[in-house]
Design a protein around this ligand. Sequence first.
Ligand code: PAP
Length: 335
Amino acid sequence: MAHATTPSDQESATKSPPADHVPSKESQIKDFISTLPAREGWSQPLIQYKKYWFRPQMLEKILLVQDTYKPRADDIILATQPKCGTTWLKALAFTITNRSRYSFADHPLLTRHPQHVVPFIEIPSLGMDHTEVEMLPSPRLLATHMPMSMLPPGASSGGCLVVYLCRDPKDTLVSRLHYENRVVKGCNLSMDSVFSMFCEGFSPYGPFWDHCREYWEESLARPSNVLFLKYEEIMSDPVQAVRELAKFLGVPLTEEEESSGVAEEVVKLCSFETLTSLQVNQVGGVARGNKVYLDNSVFFRKGKVGDWTNHMSQEMGEKLDRIVQQKLQGCELVF
Ligand code: PAP
């Protein structure tokens, strides 16, 4: 139905704001973002803020939550760069921290998407706003893609526990390429183009290496508050990763749980195979604006280590490894 223009609409369209008009926080942020460097190349232009590149809508939200998100000492924050295993980490941490509430036979993950059981701090769920996170009871399990240096004060220095998951940049890039081409209508990025942008540090939430380095250094400085994990390590020994996560999150597995195979049950429930077999992760989805449609299944593609070899040449792989190694010089972090 067409929206009828009211006299007040017409007035606001033609008159300038009154002298004492205070612009909303949102419009101040939008104005500020319009002054920042922008660059084309990905499915949408990215904006550079404090060396990191973001989609404008994401940066808006990151700047907004600097005021609206009030960290609590018992918050648990799952931090990742996109495509590094966020869905998997959400499933694992949710299952571990809620294991006394739910049985494996009747578990929320059997009917709810892992992305939906743990909200992002800076990305409101559909139809929600930033009060969503504030309304949650403690202890909260939250997620973010924000760099460590952009976590609101209190989250980066208070008692919050932060789990950071990173992944081989080659597999991360391949996953990103498929994701953008699938969710953004009309997007047809090539491996060659995203590869050269990624190598320059120009990627959503990139430079990739700076994002990792910040969390890595914080995990060394504050090991009881920041746990640094790698996708490949979880893949090679998931049971051990569950034990480590449970211990770090203050809910270590008991001897009884060890002998009854709880870690193995968690691994099985959160595995790529189990999650992709569930209807909730196969059908349905949400539109985000006119151009983006997020199928529930888009968060599950191959779930493998080393898929990059099917999408880039050996030389490209070696070049990216060299760049990342060089950028991480002086840091013991290696991929
Ligand atoms: P996000 O950061 O955009 O929220 P994220 O979960 O990190 O999503 O990205 C999806 C990747 O995680 C996909 O990787 P691929 O493209 O290389 O396949 C997806 O397959 C993988 N993934 C999702 N769930 C699991 C899981 N349970 N185990 C292993 N990998 C998984």
